[in-house]
Structures are given as C-alpha cells and as structure tokens.
Design a protein around this ligand. Structure first.
Ligand code: SF4
Ligand SMILES: [Zn+2]
Length: 366
C-alpha cells in the first residue's frame, strides 16, 4: 500500500461528511460468497472507438478488496460509489485469476470469430497497479493470457498515480509488447482546488504530470478521466472547468480523454446533495457546448475523446428533460460523435426539444 500525497489541503468538514457516508455504506454491506468471489463483478462486449478505427470493447470489472483511497481516512472521492461492489477484505489471488478466466472463457470465442478488433478494458473499480488489490503474481498471469489473444489490439488499465512506477510499466511492456497500452487516471479536473476540495480526489496536478512523464518514458499511453460537473459547480462552471481541462490535456499530449458526466451513485456524498436538491446532474446541452468550444477537428487527430455516461437519460445521470425522444436523440448524438470523432455529429440532434429554453434560464444558477 502506498502513502497518499500529504501536501494536499482538504476541506475538512467535507472530508468528514464523505467519510461518514462511506462508513454508513460499509456498515450496510453484505459479504460476498465464494461463488461471487470467483466471478467478476461484470463483463460485456460493445461497440467502441479504437485508436484509428471503430471496433469493440471487451470490459471486465474484477472484484478486489476495493480502492484504498475510498477505504482510508479521507473516505474517497465525493461522487464514487464503487466500494459497494468491493469485497473490503482481501480477495485471494486464485479467486481474482478465476474471475478473469471466467469472463475470458465466456467471450473468447466471440472475440476470435469477430471481424472487428478489440480494446480490452480491465478494471477493478480501484487501482489495477495497487498490490493490495491485485498482486504481482496475478498481474503477470493476466498479462500472459492477454498477450496470446491477437484480436485484442489495445489494453486499458486504471490506476491512481501513486501506484504507477517504472518497474510496473516495464513489466507490462515486457508481457504486452505488441499491444497499444493505456493507463486510465482519474484526474477529474485540472484545477487543484476543484479536484481536492469538491471531489476530494487526493491528487495534485503536478503528481498527475509526473505520472504522464513516466508513462511517456515507457511508451505507454495515458487516458485521463474528467468529471463533468463536479459537486458545488453549476452548469456554466462545469463547461468552463471542463474546457480548461480538455485544452490543458491536449497541450500535455494525453492520448485519450474520457469525459464522465457525474452520475449519482448510491451511498455517496453527492447522493446526499442530490437528495437535498443541492445538485442536479449535467444537461446534455452543456456537454455538447463544452465539447464544441474545447475541440477542433485538428485536435481530434492527436487525441481521442471518449464518453459513455453511466445512467445517461435518467434522473441520476446526464439528462435533459427526461422526455424519451429528447434523451434518446442526445444519447445518439454523443455515441456517434465518440465513434466517428467528427465534431459535426454534435449538431445533428434529431429532436428539437423546447426544454432548451428552460436550460438556458437555469444554467447559471443550478
Ligand atoms: S473515483 Fe477512483 S480513486 Fe476515487 S474513490 Fe473511486 S475508485 Fe477510488
Ligand atoms: Zn427536452
């Protein structure tokens, strides 16, 4: 387990509340049985944008003890409820291997028969490179298996920056030399104040930049996650914050940017704000406006923009007025933009909804 950065100043009363809600969730948690621990949380295949083509993603979410940041004294990030799927106690290395094997044996035939290429997204709702969640022995076992699957052209793992070390990157490269590798890092926002005081991320931008440097030195790509509309930020603020973040990340030559509009997850501090009507998930209108303002078609030759919002079109996720046609038209616009990386797609809404007027009136206040 690695020490988190002690130079960060937090909003202590917020940290206390986040910690309180986290503890409540942990108290209510049921134990997972052997069968559940030998299967991943979930896995799926669906269309996704690959580096230079449209292909498929094979996503596996492994069940580990959970994110060390969420389990620690700071209570984790204000919007993150992933800990509800974690085991809290250690998961045996054999069980994690079984989880991976279970998903792979289920989908390998389909992958091998497919004409599309694949990106494997291997997630654990925490840090893949944290030994406390996934041991070296398990990492190597998994890398070896992935190396033998030719259809998988790209591999994405996620990790907090404190676990990204040169030796772990050398190890990945050694096993997966023929694949494009990317490490997903939850930066959320480039603004240190927003990130640490509103999101409680426990991460400095300077540490993120160091991690990019290490990845570059080892020829490994970086995918930065941005949180669209953190708590305590209104629609206008969300657009400004995300625009600044995208522009800075492009300057830093980050390979992919995944934009995650905040969705209200169970047992989180943001759920508490939402219950109190102090937070509304973002409107699609804001996201589209922000993307158009932040990006040029030229930028999209060097950076890949991803976004597959959880809970989209529902009251807990990004949404407009919740009218079926309005939500499905907006959802389709985003999906097509991500698949094609063509900014013109953002102007192709098929449903001109009158909720835009309400949005325009609200956006500076809510
Ligand atoms: S967002 Fe990532 S770092 Fe933050 S608590 Fe969740 S899993 Fe941990
Ligand atoms: Zn509408």
């Amino acid at each position: 387990m690695k020490k988190h950065n002690s130079k960060i100043t937090y909003n202590e009363s917020l940290t206390e509340k986040i910690f309180f809600y986290r503890q409540q969730t942990l108290k209510r948690k049921k134990k997972y049985d052997q069968e559940q621990l030998n299967k991943p949380i979930t896995f799926w295949i669906k269309k996704e944008r690959l580096l230079g083509e449209i292909g498929k993603e094979f996503t596996i979410i492994l069940r580990t003890r959970g994110c060390d940041w969420a389990l620690g004294a700071h209570g984790g990030c204000s919007m993150c409820g992933y800990i509800k799927d974690a085991n809290i106690e250690n998961v045996a290395p054999t069980q994690i291997k079984n989880q991976f094997d279970y998903a792979l044996s289920n989908k390998l035939n389909e992958i091998n028969k497919d004409t599309d290429n694949y990106v494997l997204k291997l997630f654990n709702s925490g840090s893949f490179l944290d030994e406390g969640e996934i041991s070296e022995n398990v990492r190597r076992y998994i890398y070896e298996k992935i190396a033998s699957i030719g259809k998988i052209k790209e591999v994405v793992l996620e990790s907090r920056v404190e676990y990204i070390t040169p030796d772990k990157l050398i190890e990945i490269k050694r096993y997966l030399k023929n694949k494009y590798l990317e490490i997903g890092i939850g930066l959320e926002a480039i603004d240190d104040y927003i990130r640490n005081n509103y999101i409680n991320k426990g991460l400095l931008f300077s540490d993120f930049k160091n991690a990019i440097q290490i990845c570059k030195e080892h020829n490994i790509g970086v995918k930065a996650y941005l949180l669209f509309k953190p708590p305590f930020v209104n629609e206008q603020g969300a657009m400004d914050d995300c625009e600044n973040s995208i522009k800075e990340l492009i300057e830093l030559k980050v390979n992919s940017i995944s934009i995650n509009p905040l969705n209200i997850q169970k047992g989180t501090f943001t759920e508490f704000l939402w219950f109190q009507k102090r937070y509304r998930p973002p409107w699609y209108y804001s996201l589209f406006k922000c993307l158009k303002r932040s990006l040029s078609q030229e930028d999209l030759k060097t950076v890949r923009i991803l976004s597959d919002p959880s809970g989209a079109g529902t009251k807990r996720g990004i949404h407009n007025c919740l009218k079926r046609e309005c939500e499905s038209s907006a959802k389709e616009v985003l999906r097509k933009f991500v698949l094609t990386q063509d900014l013109r797609e953002l102007d192709k809404e098929t449903f001109d909804c009158n909720c835009k007027k309400k949005y325009k009136m609200q956006k500076s206040y809510y």
